[in-house]
Design a protein around this ligand. Structure first.
Ligand SMILES: [Zn+2]
Length: 393
């Protein structure tokens, strides 16, 4: 059983890029998403010491302000934009910075500094050229092709201080962060409210091919099961998943990171919904993948930022249909969650103290061994602007 779960390798889209970049983080995620069995074994006690906060579901109604910061030109010698600023109001609960550009260009925030001069994303973090994730940044960020998004805060020690924030973005060719001339467009989505509600609603739209596996046989039952699994898994985190499924002609049978932006653009995606594309086969560039997602994902109508999943998961069919669990894991990435612990020997864990680095039952384990979400993970999820909140008059 354990072996069959491990063979069900989950590879995030980062892996493709990491293999090109080499270095420490390449090892991290290539091993990390597959799992090596080292985290199997002892389970960990309940997370009962973390205060989930009061039930605020009836007192707050956060809204989202979207600020268009326009097109940023980048220095041809460095790939970096000039520093730019964004005003963060006192009632900001989170910000999602979405950087969108050419699909063959690697984008990331290269610096974020709070009004009190606290460094949130470290200047020049990418300069060693061997990591597409800033593990040492107080607010962890990752570089992605086409669309980069950063959810701030995504860790309990990062404070959204009101005032003038300073940021910088970088545009790079794939390997070694060689500067690219393709400057990106920058949007900042600010979720505002008195408090972060303990509940929220996440709209999900899952697309599948009318000619594919889900378009025939028991496809309807499998999609219904996927939808109910999503609801079950996210309900304890206070998130009501409202999902719909759409059979389309535009989805090819196979998906891969470099083809997905084009497919997604053809589908004219709704940027206010979590868009999930389900293919019959998914390849991350280095091999089959059950699913992948950026961390975090950004709302974008341009198709550079979606959750992708494979309709049938190798080695895990029969008694259990894993599609809903795979999509739930990728949705967690999209909303800002990292693996609780990357597989391998480097001991890299997520920035949330309550996920217990040896926990084996969490939704965000690298090899998808569980479905549990901790209170702090719930807070990160509900900060994402795609999760909306209902007011009580
Ligand atoms: Zn993952």
């Amino acid at each position: 059983m354990h072996q069959s779960r491990e063979s069900r390798i989950l590879l995030d889209s980062m892996t493709t890029h990491l293999q090109k970049l080499g270095g420490v983080f390449s090892v991290l995620l290539v091993l990390g998403c597959g799992g090596d069995g080292s985290t199997n074994g002892t389970d960990v006690a309940a997370h009962d010491t973390i205060d989930a906060g009061p039930d605020t579901s009836t007192v707050a109604c956060p809204t989202v302000d979207s600020v268009d910061l326009g097109l940023k030109t980048v220095d041809l010698a460095t790939g970096l934009s000039a520093p730019f600023t964004v005003e963060i109001p006192a009632d900001a609960l989170s910000i999602l910075v979405v950087v969108t550009g050419a699909s063959d260009t690697l984008y990331t925030l290269t610096e974020v500094t709070a009004p009190d001069d606290t460094v949130v994303v470290k200047s020049g973090w990418f300069e060693d050229g061997n990591s597409v994730v800033c593990l040492s940044c107080p607010n962890r960020v990752a570089a992605f092709y086409g669309t980069h998004a950063a959810l701030i805060p995504n860790a309990p020690n990062v404070e959204l201080v009101p005032g003038t924030w300073t940021m910088q973005v970088g545009a790079f060719q794939s390997a070694g962060f060689i500067p690219s001339p393709d400057g990106p467009h920058v949007m900042v989505h600010i979720k505002r409210g008195a408090v972060l509600p303990s509940t929220g609603t996440l709209p999900i739209r899952a697309y599948y091919s009318v000619d594919g596996a889900l378009g025939r046989d028991d496809g309807e039952d499998r999609l219904a099961l996927m939808q109910s699994r999503l609801q079950q898994i996210y309900e304890p985190a206070g998130i009501n998943v409202l999902s719909e499924t759409l059979a389309v002609d535009e989805l090819p049978p196979d998906g891969a990171p470099h083809t997905i932006p084009g497919v997604a653009t053809a589908l004219d995606l709704d940027p206010t919904t979590m868009n999930v594309l389900i293919f019959d086969a998914l390849n991350n560039g280095g091999g089959p993948a059950a699913g992948f997602s950026p961390v975090a994902g950004g709302t974008s109508p341009h198709g550079g930022s979606v959750v992708a999943a494979q309709s049938s998961v190798p080695g895990f069919q029969g008694t259990v249909d894993a599609l809903g669990d795979v999509v739930a894991h990728e949705v967690g990435h999209y909303l800002g969650l990292w693996h609780t612990r990357e597989a391998g020997s480097l001991g890299i864990v997520d920035p949330l103290p309550d996920t217990e680095d040896s926990s084996s039952d969490n939704l965000m384990t690298a090899d998808l061994k569980g479905t549990v979400l901790t209170p702090m993970q719930g807070q990160v999820l509900r900060r994402h602007p795609l999760v909306t909140h209902v007011c009580t008059p």
